[in-house]
Design a protein around this ligand. Sequence first.
Ligand code: HPA
Ligand code: MG
Length: 225
Amino acid sequence: MAEVAVQSERRGEGIVISDDWPGYSLDLFSYPAHYSGDLDCVIIPHGVIMDRTERLARNIMDELGDHDIVVLCVLKGGYQFCADLVDRIKALSRNSNHTIPMRVHFIRLKSYLNDQSTEDLHILGAEDLSFLAGKNVLIVEAIVGTGKTMKTLLKHVEAFGPKMIKVAGLLVKRVPHSSACVPDYVGFEIPNRFVVGYALDYNEYFRDLNHICVISESGKLKYKI
Ligand code: HPA
Ligand code: MG
């Protein structure tokens, strides 16, 4: 009997980008000229992000379809991923019997200065999340590093008594000492390098870059504060 060659995705891992992946040369893609010299390579091209997001949207629909959800978009880095993910879920809702009534709420977290995580995590726009009581919540975050930020946020959200919390993370970084806080839906697992683009920033720069790229040492120096 022929073996079934269909391999289902290993849960919570996403597309794994290995440590020795050199990325694509910037010369192969277009990107804003104001960032020339500031980037080492393209680690995930925009089109691949979009294709992966479409599949995550399907996974979310398969598991949560027909439930009401409140999408909690973690700003600022998560705005692009959240917009594209919600867009794909909406497209699937239009084209099938499954639909997800969605509400979108925004909160802002800030903990990074230069490329370092600072101890003080600020949560803004999350003072009163009492409307989450009894609701299915989908937290949408661009990047999960040590997992410390996510843990703090989860504790904060749990206190408002939602029925269920799921987390969608576009990127999960392989960092030492990461707490076992892995999102339920993962786009990509990436090496422990500082990445920018697709709304991810370095001191507020690079959000206006479509691809996810590795910042260069000279880029870090140029935008250091
Ligand atoms: N890039 C941008 N923001 C981040 C990163 C990163 O690699 N890690 C945590 N926040
Ligand atoms: Mg940032």
